[in-house]
Design a protein around this ligand. Structure first.
Ligand code: BEZ
Length: 277
């Protein structure tokens, strides 16, 4: 999921975003795993969802790729089995992994990872071409990622706080590690890459932050620190805690529900099913 400079750990991810591998009912219904399916999982993280899918593949196989050494180590320790394997691989360059792009996969799956993987405009086409090469003729690419408008309040607040603290807007923007495309952009990209688009939809899905923790690894604060790490890194380390506090102070009234004090981020999911033609 991450690029080099691994910021991920299962503990930090679980404290800040344990909901991500859980809110997957719709995308899994689109994947509809068959017992013999061979599935390639792009940006599998530390593997709980990959292992869940593996349980539906008694005669099949799922192969998870992720760029985080920490995540892959955890996935291999906790979730490897006869039909569920993992490999460390930067998914901007899937073609480096010969087993992945050999045209033997019935399905390519991805959940909550493509918004990191597709960040760089110059590497986007290759990702779609590699997924196409990975699939058997008639195979499907099924995925969910952040779509246009995803977490826009916290995104805009981080940009504003950075600029208010002297960072040029262009620097703040370039540091953003995410790409949240619209359904129109994605449909065009998939078609250009040789897919027939069966579904491509956006869903607005407000999502409750994890509980606040005393050590600052959970709640909105934990989310900003982990998910926004690349943006915070444009200021010197000694100032980052204060930047996070300013972001959370501004966000407070926007994201907090009066009835119980819970905090929600406005996630927008982009889901697609696209067939190799
Ligand atoms: C997402 O899954 O939509 C997401 C995760 C981390 C940062 C931003 C968005």
């Amino acid at each position: 999921m991450s690029q080099p400079n691994d910021k991920w750990s299962s503990e930090a991810y679980s404290a800040a975003a344990s909901f991500v591998p859980k809110l997957t009912t719709t995308v899994l219904s689109y994947l509809a795993p068959k017992p013999t399916d061979r599935i390639l999982d792009i940006g599998c993280g530390d593997g709980p969802l990959t292992a869940q899918i593996a349980a539906s593949l008694p005669q099949g196989h799922i192969f998870g790729l992720d760029a985080s050494a920490s995540f892959i180590e955890t996935a291999q320790e906790k979730h490897s089995s006869r039909n569920c394997t993992f490999k460390l691989q930067d998914c901007r360059r899937i073609s480096e992994c010969a087993e992945a792009v050999n045209g033997s996969w019935d399905k390519v799956f991805s959940n909550a990872a493509l918004h990191w993987i597709l960040r760089e405009p110059s590497t986007r086409d290759a990702v779609f071409e590699d997924v196409h090469s990975a699939l058997k003729p008639g195979g499907v690419f099924v995925f969910e990622m952040g779509g246009k408008g995803n977490v826009e309040a916290v995104h805009a607040t981080i940009l504003s706080v950075l600029t208010a603290n002297g960072i040029p807007l262009s620097t703040a923007r370039e540091s953003c590690p995410w790409f949240f495309p619209s359904d129109v952009w994605m449909t065009q990209q998939l078609q250009k890459s040789g897919f027939e688009v069966e579904k491509c939809e956006l869903e607005y899905r407000p999502t409750k932050c994890t509980a606040k923790s005393a050590d600052g690894s959970g709640g909105l604060e934990g989310w900003v620190k982990l998910m926004g790490a690349e943006m915070l890194n444009v200021v010197e380390e000694s100032k980052r805690g204060n930047i996070v506090k300013q972001v959370c102070d501004i966000m407070e009234t926007v994201v907090t529900r009066e009835e119980d004090g819970s905090q929600f981020l406005n996630y927008v999911r982009l889901r697609a099913v696209a067939r190799k033609v």
